[in-house]
Design a protein around this ligand. Structure first.
Ligand code: GTP
Ligand code: MG
Length: 304
């Protein structure tokens, strides 16, 4: 807490606020949302948000569970035998997953499918948040995939929070809103992470600023995933945003010890897609085939 208070003092927060803040335990503060904190400190919600933001930044490293604790987690099965096999039964709740691949390869279809599978696997007790940052959300197609996975589309659509941010700042703000009610969700999708930043930050001179913003977004996604939520984002270009070793355009800014899985989708002959585990804290590198069909992701039979 000392570090946090020192930093907030540097940022000009009043001593009154800092004294009140000093009376909360760190673990209590970590579980507060901006509404609760604003009320407790008697400050505006905006200020409370700022405090939480500074706190996330300082405590990010400590908040995440070691990757080894992933293995016992509940998973969202993809319902495609070959994919579930390499994924150890599906994608684990409480983790962050990056899906990358070239345009048109099926990343958005993967998101629709995962949304449907979430309801199929976990029921309706919690919601899914779908952040459509590239404008490719299709309710009609999603309903088809829901139905294809045995999920009632009318019921499921009510349990999906669709967010269409128009700027990177709005994307960040929508994640903050989700953090504020994390207990209502078990799946958060961001499709795609770089769509908006790429429009807003041009060229090399804005690269540092863009990376900073992305790092902020990523930290918040990590924080949300730390609450037992599966956070999945797509990325058109280079993978390994979550990896610490990246020297790629989009990586390299990062947050070590992320319990993150990096998946790549690529095209193969005959409409077949290959899903590859590029990086995982718990799984070996592996590949499996699938296709995109009316029902969403489907298995590839030997003859097809
Ligand atoms: P970008 O967002 O441009 O990076 O692409 P993406 O990776 O998100 O691709 P997307 O998920 O939009 O996949 C496009 C591909 O999915 C198409 O080329 C089709 O092969 C397939 N697809 C899209 N919609 C349907 C559909 O309604 N039925 C079937 N069977 N396939 C579809
Ligand atoms: Mg897409």
């Amino acid at each position: 807490m000392d570090k946090l208070i020192k930093r907030l003092r540097e940022l000009g927060f009043s001593e009154d606020v800092l004294i009140k803040l000093g009376s909360i335990r760190k673990d209590e503060l970590m579980h507060m949302n901006s509404r609760e904190l604003a009320e407790f400190l008697g400050v505006k919600r905006r200020e409370a948000l700022r405090i939480l933001e500074v706190m996330f930044k300082i405590y990010t490293q400590e908040m995440y569970l070691p990757a080894s604790s992933l293995s016992g987690r509940r998973r969202i099965s993809l319902g495609v035998t070959a994919l579930d096999r390499i994924l150890g039964g599906g994608l684990p709740l409480g983790s962050i997953v990056e899906v990358f691949g070239e345009p048109g390869v099926g990343k958005t279809q993967f998101c629709f499918h995962l949304t449907a599978r979430k309801f199929a696997a976990l029921g309706f007790s919690k919601k899914a948040a779908y952040i459509d940052a590239e404008g490719s959300f299709s309710p009609k197609r999603l309903r088809e995939v829901l139905e294809g996975n045995g999920v009632h589309p009318d019921v499921a659509m009510r349990e999906i929070t669709l967010i269409k941010p128009k700027s990177t700042a709005m994307l960040y703000a929508s994640l903050l809103d989700l953090w504020d009610e994390f207990e209502n969700y078990d799946l958060v999708l961001v499709d795609s992470l770089l769509a908006l930043p790429r429009l807003e930050y041009h060229g090399l001179d804005m690269l540092a600023e863009r990376q900073q913003m992305l790092a902020k977004i990523l930290r918040l996604m990590l924080k949300i995933s730390g609450k037992g939520i599966l956070v999945l984002f797509t990325n058109q270009t280079i993978g390994k945003i979550t990896s610490s070793e990246g020297k790629d355009a989009a990586g390299g800014f990062i947050v070590g010890h992320v319990p993150g899985t990096v998946l790549q989708i690529r095209k193969a002959a005959g409409g077949v897609r290959v899903l590859r585990i590029v990086d995982s804290p718990e799984l070996p590198e592996a590949e499996a085939l699938f296709k995109i069909g009316r029902k969403g992701l489907i298995g590839v039979t030997r003859r097809s």
